[in-house]
Design a protein around this ligand. Structure first.
Ligand code: ZN
Length: 135
């Protein structure tokens, strides 16, 4: 299988912690106000926990008060896939990593201008890279 492509469950169970696996691969949700990146405000880039793709810049991160890291836009449009999610009796738009299919969270339309979007993302779905720390 190609590097960065779709992997099987066994690969992810091995690579991820049980909580990361539950959220990223089984579309779980971490408890609000619990995530390591919720109050995080350093300058840098937020990457997909599973495949390392850059998904959000710290410049678009803001505190929506909802208990999860929130962003007003994706770092690049094609990197995040939006899918209608009707689970739990709600109509929401699920967001996943375009490269590895990892569940990230949901996007809502009550965000700040100019996008009006709120990407509500689980901390465990992300890994942070500070500016200047690039390999
Ligand atoms: Zn990914």
């Amino acid at each position: 299988m190609a590097e960065g492509g779709l992997k099987d469950d066994e690969y992810w169970r091995d690579k991820l912690s049980p909580e990361e696996y539950r959220v990223c691969r089984e579309k779980g949700t971490e408890p609000p106000f619990s995530g390591a990146l919720y109050q995080h405000s350093e300058t840098g880039t937020y990457h997909c926990r599973c495949c390392g793709e850059a998904l959000f810049d710290s410049t678009s991160k803001y505190d929506a008060g909802c208990g999860w890291p929130s962003f007003s836009e994706a770092s690049e449009k094609g990197r995040i896939v939006e899918t209608l999610d009707t689970s739990h009796g709600m109509r929401r738009t699920e967001i996943t990593c375009a490269r590895c299919n990892s569940h990230l969270g949901h996007v809502f339309t009550d965000g700040p201008a100019p996008t009006g979007l709120r990407y509500c993302v689980n901390s465990v779905s992300l890994s942070f890279e500070r500016d200047g720390d690039k390999e």
